[in-house]
Design a binder for this molecule. Structure first.
Ligand code: FMN
Length: 360
């Protein structure tokens, strides 16, 4: 127990020093370390939309939240309000961009900054081989110079957001221990100081994007080695982290932060409700129940604007995962939230049902 308290204190002191007035200011005048990345929820297409992020924010005040990836051309030419708008409560929030055209990425970053994002992240990890608007994602691990041009352009487009990169350890036949340090070296030379590394290769030929999140083996040690080799860089670990405890272990071992994807989506309360206490030094936890009640005004507002209940509740299905009544909670919401006219009463009934079973 004492060890735990000491550890939280250590983390708090470290965080204070990291985020204090001693931080460097970059050429654009940005405080490079004003975002705390001790814990983040990964960008996930179709999952981490604004409703999901609002829920996650209720569970943790400090965890950094990422948007789904939006391609730079979509930001420039698409419905910006639909793609980029977010609730002020979602801060700190990072916009993730996909693309490989420096001019487009610069323009998209500028627009992202106008919307108020705290960070703009370049996706160098998505294993999709779609070539719609030029290449993007993990295949860029083969082109560090191009990534460097992209991040430089993004820094020029930024009016306050920090520019970061999320990458893999390599692709296809690359040797991670060789290419990853060379990639970091090339990109950091253009001023990127924070990298989130998904600790597995992407095998672009032959595996689907989903398989590429599970099949290539994880190499956490290589990510730790990168922190040892580049101690001045902020290195955040991603990939396969299933609990907050695992995240904490990697941070205690020396990494700057952990990014959790699927586990945070499927069991948001397990990962996030105690994150502020365990990792950010706050003294309180939240709970799934608290989050449900605090979602109600948000749900009302969404319905008033013509939205449907299940747009929001689909992200809430895992709130009580692993607890008595979790199945009933899930089922009540799945069966009723998509029906015409469904409103907050559906959520309250599902909660009451779940609680009644838990009390048995
Ligand atoms: C449904 C889904 C969508 C994803 N979309 C993105 C994305 O838009 N951008 C990105 O960089 N990674 C994306 N990822 C990968 C995650 O950000 C993360 O790197 C990966 O899931 C590994 O972390 P985890 O094991 O904690 O889930 C996606 C993952 C999932 C499951």
């Amino acid at each position: 127990m004492t060890g735990d308290v000491d550890c939280v204190l250590d983390l708090s002191i470290e965080r204070f020093l990291k985020h204090s007035f001693l931080n460097p200011i970059d050429a654009n005048g940005t405080d490079l370390e004003n975002i705390d990345r001790t814990l983040s929820v990964a960008p996930m297409m179709d999952w981490t939309d604004r409703h999901c992020r609002y829920l996650h924010r209720l569970l943790s005040k400090h965890t950094l939240l990422y948007t789904e990836m939006v391609t730079a051309p979509a930001v420039i030419n698409g419905d910006q309000e639909r793609l980029l708008a977010f609730d002020q409560a979602e801060h700190p929030i990072a916009l993730q961009l996909g693309g490989s055209d420096p001019a487009q990425l610069e323009a998209a970053t500028r627009i992202g900054c106008e919307f108020g994002y705290d960070e703009v992240n370049l996706n160098v990890g998505c294993p999709s081989d779609r070539v719609q608007s030029g290449k993007f994602g993990a295949c860029l691990m083969r082109e560090p110079e191009l990534v460097a041009d992209c991040v430089q352009a993004m820094r020029e487009g930024s009016t306050g957001a920090e520019i970061t990169v999320k990458c893999r350890i390599g692709v296809d036949d690359q040797v991670p221990a060789d290419v990853l340090p060379a990639f970091l070296e090339t990109v950091l030379a253009r001023g990127v100081q924070s990298f989130t590394i998904h600790a597995r290769m992407a095998w672009l030929a032959g595996l689907s994007p989903k398989e590429n999140r599970d099949i290539p083996p994880l190499d956490y040690d290589l990510v730790h080695q990168m922190k040892a080799d580049f101690p001045h860089l902020e290195i955040v670990l991603n990939g396969g982290l299933a609990t907050l405890e695992q995240a904490k272990e990697h941070i205690e071992r020396g990494l700057d932060g952990a990014m959790i994807g699927r586990a945070a989506y499927h069991q948001p309360a397990d990962i996030l409700a105690s994150a502020d206490r365990v990792l950010f030094g706050s003294d309180t936890d939240t709970s799934g129940e608290d989050a449900v009640l605090q979602m109600l005004p948000y749900i009302e507002a969404h319905l008033m604007k013509g939205g449907r209940l299940n747009h929001i509740t689909r992200h809430m299905l895992g709130l009580f995962a692993g607890r008595p009544g979790a199945r009933q909670w899930r089922r009540s919401l799945s069966e009723r939230a998509h029906t015409d006219g469904a409103g907050p009463e559906v959520v309250l009934a599902a909660l009451a049902h779940m609680q009644a079973i838990a009390a048995e």
